[in-house]
Write a protein that binds this ligand. Structure first.
Ligand code: PLP
Length: 402
């Protein structure tokens, strides 16, 4: 009798299953709207030219070696990344109350941050938006959180933010709950609070003594402007909140498989920082000991070089602009084809994803009948659209609705 015989089969991960089915599909006009990665106008993955340039320079630098990094990663990287998030005129940075920790992309930052909050601050309740990115719950549960709760976010009927429901749920949250907030370009809905709404959220979080854990996976992707997309985080910092922020560079540097992220920590007093860092060191030591160097070196090289930094900003804008154009084109095609209902949400939503409003049966029909791969929730990745396939997708949406 094997020890392994009783291992139950886990549910497959929808987004990876979808890509597998897409890859196995021989249909000539198939479209992959499932994957959360940027594609260029030919539907190809894009390695940013500035990243290639940095890699070439690093490859020729004989002073670099393959020694272990410290547990908290490369300082030049985490300092530049933290500055990128908080901005040049951040008071917390001037007062040395903010610092960064290199970790394994956004997911690693979330996991390390959650484990720290659970083990050091005694947090056990976390709130995630309904709906949210499919991994939040698993990450927090694995980090020791025992009480997973939802706050209302999306109204399917109005295809807009359920702001009243959101505030009500945060108002009822117990003190010391950790609230996961999508910093920008909410995944999956593509719908963010307005600046005024963020201010109200901050009021409730302050009054109810809730802890904010920002998840910042798409800085630059919503508007094409890195500063504008950091508004919510910077606003909360300016209000004096203590917080952690999981910053992913998968999307805005196109470094998906390098697993590079920065966990920014903002506290009230710099005197706490050596203690906090010592505990993060233990969390990371016991989890993966120390991070890989490649992605961190690329980013440190680019962010610390003014010319390359400008090139990177342009590349981010190129990606954001293409996605904004695809939104416009898709809405235009749906309206031309007289798809039933209103489609303004396609252009008001922002970031990589759109919540189309298609229900589960309609989304499955899109996959089965039209070979257009999308999540059951009706979420599509705008990056999978091109000027070539957009009419095909629009006509399939019309068919799925009628
Ligand atoms: N958070 C959100 C909302 C995301 O959509 C993603 C990726 O899709 C991540 C975090 C983390 O991604 P990664 O671990 O690849 O940086």
């Amino acid at each position: 009798m094997s020890k392994f015989s009783a291992v139950p089969l886990a549910q497959p991960i929808e987004v990876f299953e979808l890509t597998r089915s897409y890859n196995e599909d021989n249909f000539i006009n198939k479209v992959n709207l499932g994957v959360g990665a940027y594609r260029d106008e030919h539907c190809e993955p894009w390695v940013l030219p500035v990243v290639r340039q940095a890699e070439q320079a690093l490859a020729n630098d004989d002073s670099l070696n393959k020694e272990y990094l410290p547990c908290l990663g490369i300082d030049a990287f985490s300092k530049a990344a933290t500055l990128q998030l908080l901005g040049n005129d951040c008071q917390a940075l001037r007062e040395n109350r903010a610092f960064g920790i290199q970790s394994l992309s956004g997911t690693g930052c979330l996991r390390v941050g959650a484990e720290f909050l659970h083990s050091q601050l005694g947090c056990s309740v976390f709130y995630f938006s309904n709906p949210t990115w499919g991994n939040h719950k698993l990450i927090f549960k694995n980090a020791g959180f025992t009480d997973a709760r939802e706050y209302r976010y999306w109204s399917q009927s109005s295809r807009r933010l359920d702001f009243k429901g959101l505030l009500e749920d945060l108002n009822n949250a117990p003190e010391n709950s950790v609230i996961i907030l999508h910093a920008v370009a909410h995944n999956p809905t593509g719908c963010d609070p307005t600046e005024e709404q963020w201010m109200e959220i901050a009021n409730v979080m302050e009054a109810r003594k809730l802890f904010c854990f920002f998840d910042c996976a798409y800085q630059g992707f919503a508007s094409g402007d890195l500063d504008k997309d950091a508004w919510a985080v910077r606003y909360f910092v300016s209000r004096g909140f203590e917080m952690v922020v999981a910053q992913s560079f998968a999307k805005n540097f196109g470094l998906y498989n390098e697993r590079i992220g920065n966990l920014t920590v903002v506290v009230k007093d710099p005197a706490f920082i050596p203690h906090i860092k010592s505990q993060f060191t233990l969390v990371i030591r016991g989890m993966y000991s120390n991070p890989p160097s490649h992605g961190a070196r690329i980013i440190a090289y680019i962010l610390n070089n003014p010319d390359l930094y400008e090139q990177w900003k342009l590349a981010v804008k190129t990606m954001a602009d293409r996605i904004i154009l695809m939104r416009k084109e898709l809405r235009g095609a749906l309206e031309r084809f007289q798809a039933p209902g209103s489609w303004d949400h396609i252009t008001t939503q922002i970031g990589m994803f759109s919540y189309t409003g298609l229900n589960e049966a309609q989304s499955e029909y899109m996959v089965k009948k039209h070979h257009i791969y999308m999540l059951k929730s009706g979420r599509i990745s705008m990056a999978g659209l091109t000027l070539k396939n957009i009419e095909y997708v629009a006509s399939a949406i019309v068919d799925s609705l009628t």
